[in-house]
Design a protein. Structure first.
Length: 309
């Protein structure tokens, strides 16, 4: 969620790799937790409550740093938090509507590919050549997902849930770009706390305006909600921030790409989801696009490993 400097830390890269791998597994499990929780809670109420509680926990954990931030910096962080709230609203509605979490997890990966494109539009940054190769590759994969819907008779069909996740991915890319500037002046942990709380409030307002809240929540649903909040949000973001402090953002992003793969495997195991051959090809193209997009860093890591051995 946050981006730190590109200076390589002097601490253990192996520790960072293992922690980031754990982060991807926790993040993937979060898709399962969320889907189960939303079986008994409206999507926006669920995501708003989850992020508000997670943000409050982080705020209490780092109350001193949070209190030292100026009002201007808090307002800037909150502004991006509202944008993040819009992204999470789209994401939660997409998850609630979809019966193929593995497929939409790969669509969600578009956010990684859109980061350099939006950086070009917003800040005049120059994306590497690999971006312009990766993006059409991913779009081809997205098209194949529309052609491979189980039981579809229209040839090409993009479900509303998939459009919602695609929109969320574009908003996530915007958030990432803005945070890459904010984190230069705001420590990562209080920035995350503010944005999680703002996201929660934004989604709860949207929920109050558009959803009917249940009179009560069963213990089973409450358990999934707490798992989503404490494990998939609070613990995940804490570990991710800590691990990113041990390595560079570019190195971290290579490992974080595995979230979609874990999510597809977990949804297949937990919900019995199955993809058609065309859908698997589409997901494979999207993942290939992610590798192309980070090829410069992947090849650098490969050379470093060879020299080290």
């Amino acid at each position: 969620m946050s981006l730190s400097s590109e200076t390589t830390p002097s601490r253990s890269p192996l520790k960072a790799d293992l922690l980031l791998l754990l982060v991807t597994i926790i993040a993937a499990a979060g898709w399962i937790f969320s889907k189960e929780a939303m079986a008994g809670m409206p999507p926006l109420l669920f995501i708003g409550s989850r992020f508000l509680l997670a943000g409050l926990i982080l705020a209490i954990f780092d109350a001193r740093s949070l209190g030292q931030l100026s009002t201007t910096r808090k307002l800037r962080a909150s502004g991006v938090g509202v944008l993040f709230g819009g992204a999470m609203a789209c994401w939660s509605l997409g998850v609630a509507l979809s019966d193929q979490l593995g497929v939409i997890a790969f669509i969600n990966s578009f956010g990684i590919l859109m980061v350099p494109v939006l950086a070009r539009l917003l800040f005049k940054d120059r994306p590497p050549l690999s971006t312009w190769i990766a993006l059409p590759t991913a779009l081809l994969g997205f098209a194949l997902l529309g052609m491979g819907q189980p039981g579809a008779t229209d040839g090409f069909t993009i479900e509303p849930a998939q459009w919602l996740i695609f929109g969320a991915a574009c908003l996530f890319a915007l958030v990432f770009n803005f945070n890459s500037r904010l984190v230069r002046n705001i420590p990562a942990l209080p920035l995350t706390a503010i944005q999680l709380m703002t996201t929660g409030v934004t989604c709860l307002i949207l929920s109050a305006l558009s959803e009917s809240w249940p009179a009560g929540i069963s213990l089973d649903i409450l358990s999934w909600f707490l798992a989503s909040t404490l494990i998939a949000s609070t613990l995940r973001f804490f570990l991710q921030i800590y691990a990113q402090g041990l390595t560079t953002p570019s190195h971290a992003s290579v490992i974080l790409m595995l979230e979609a793969v874990w999510a597809a495997l977990m949804s297949a195991a937990w919900f019995g989801e199955r993809m058609t051959l065309i859908q698997m090809t589409g997901c494979g193209l999207i993942f290939t696009a992610l590798l192309i997009n980070r090829w410069q860093w992947i090849s650098r890591l490969w050379r470093q490993r060879r020299f080290a051995s």
